[in-house]
Design a protein around this ligand. Structure first.
Ligand SMILES: NC(=O)c1ccc[n+]([C@@H]2O[C@H](COP(=O)([O-])OP(=O)(O)OC[C@H]3O[C@@H](n4cnc5c(N)ncnc54)[C@H](O)[C@@H]3O)[C@@H](O)[C@H]2O)c1
Ligand SMILES: [Zn+2]
Ligand SMILES: [Zn+2]
Length: 370
């Protein structure tokens, strides 16, 4: 049996909601049965990290180590792990795929019955944690906690990827890119020649634009209240950019006029219930499909039933509808085969010590937060 020891390493600890994270030395316990300890090589910031810190602010979800979009190398494995070995390149995933439950066995969904028993939706934290800091237990955000040099993740939430993959790029597959791309391709099931609208152009929305393009959409209308997002959206295939602030009318009316009756597919990538409603109302009477991707637990949504009665379909998408362990290696392969853009999403390269700067940068890019 391999010798197992506690690792002391650096991590960005969020002690309290709405406060800067603090770079601390933490203790990372050895992996227990069916767990994998991973050396994190690269991590990105997703709006869901900011949501927990600044919007949800559930006190029971702190102290925690944020981060769930990363790539790394297996350092050691716990008892019962046969799929992974030290040295494997891996991507941890916030959505597990146990491969045994009735949901995992059904090709119609990427939900896993075990997923939300391991991670509390309200606190966005795993029930278990292998982290301590200054004698206190520190939670593992979404079961991953990648703003740390090392982390421990259950093997049902780890995907092994091609050893040739550059980890500083493919880390993005761990959340935003799979989420947005899959929402268009797997959930909306965008058809060739169709017209699409994507609301919110962070990594998730830009990846949704890329997914619409890959699926053969003829017209892709990118919608954001930040005018700086227009140019970037074109890089991923947007044909039009609309800033709701430039119009006196509701954005759904603007899009309905632009498209003579509404878009075939709309994807909401903001996490704002008003925008979710606008996205539905922008989709075409008769057959429009609208997909909710943005995350919030703070508000309910209201709509007029006529919008559904008249033939629209409203759907939601978690992790782009990809069964996580199956989908992630395929997305990485698509990048290596030059069928998927990743480099174009990267705006800054920073160190773990600059975690607060990265968080602030994302906040300043998102008009919802200003
Ligand atoms: N469903 C999932 O599996 C899943 C996975 C990852 C992220 N998410 C969620 O997806 C959303 C997007 O994440 P991200 O990392 O791309 O965020 P981001 O902060 O990078 O981007 C959000 C974008 O929305 C724009 N925006 C804000 N208000 C708007 C409005 N009223 N109309 C149009 N645009 C508006 C912002 O300017 C910004 O460009 C978040 O809610 C995040 O929590 C969901
Ligand atoms: Zn995310
Ligand atoms: Zn399962």
């Amino acid at each position: 049996m391999a010798l197992m020891w506690v690792i002391k390493c650096k991590a960005a600890v969020a002690w309290e909601p709405n406060k800067p994270v603090v770079i601390e030395e933490i203790e990372v316990a050895p992996p227990q049965a069916n767990e994998v300890r991973i050396k994190i090589v690269a991590t990105a910031v997703c709006h869901s990290d900011l949501y927990h810190l600044f919007e949800g602010m559930n006190k029971d979800g702190f102290p925690t180590v944020l981060g769930h979009e990363a790539a790394g190398i297996v350092e050691s494995v716990g008892p019962g792990v046969t799929e992974f070995q030290p040295g494997d390149k891996v991507i941890p995933i916030f959505l597990s795929q146990c491969q045994e439950c009735h949901l995992c066995k059904n090709p119609k969904t990427n939900q896993c019955a075990v997923a939300w028993t391991r991670i509390h939706q309200e606190t966005m934290s795993a029930v278990e944690s292998r982290f301590t800091c200054k004698g206190k237990r520190v939670l593992q955000f979404m079961g991953t906690s990648t703003f740390s040099e090392y982390t421990v993740v259950h093997q049902m939430a780890v995907a092994k990827i091609d050893p040739a993959a550059p980890l500083d790029k493919v880390c993005l597959v761990g959340c935003g890119i799979s989420t947005g791309y899959g929402a268009a391709v797997n959930t909306a099931k965008v058809e060739p020649g169709s017209t699409c609208a994507v609301f919110g152009l962070g990594a998730v929305g830009l990846a949704a634009v890329m997914g619409c393009k890959a699926a053969g959409a003829k017209r892709i209308i990118a919608v954001d209240i930040n005018p700086e997002k227009a140019e970037k959206a074109k890089v991923f295939g947007a044909t039009d950019f609309v800033n709701p602030k430039d119009h006196d009318k509701p954005i759904s009316e603007v899009l309905t006029e632009m498209t003579n009756g509404g878009v075939d597919y709309s994807v909401e990538c903001v996490g704002n219930v008003q925008v979710m409603r606008s996205a539905l109302e922008s989709s075409a009477q008769g057959w429009g499909v609208s997909v909710i991707v943005g995350w919030t637990t703070l508000h309910d949504i209201a709509i007029q039933p006529i919008h559904l009665i008249s033939g629209r379909t409203w759907k939601g998408s978690l992790f782009g509808g990809f069964k996580s362990k199956d989908g992630v290696p395929k997305m990485v392969k698509a990048y290596l085969d030059k069928k998927l853009k990743l480099d174009e999403f990267i705006t800054h390269n920073m160190t773990l010590d600059q975690a607060n700067d990265a968080i602030e940068l994302m906040k300043n890019f998102c008009m919802k937060c200003l």
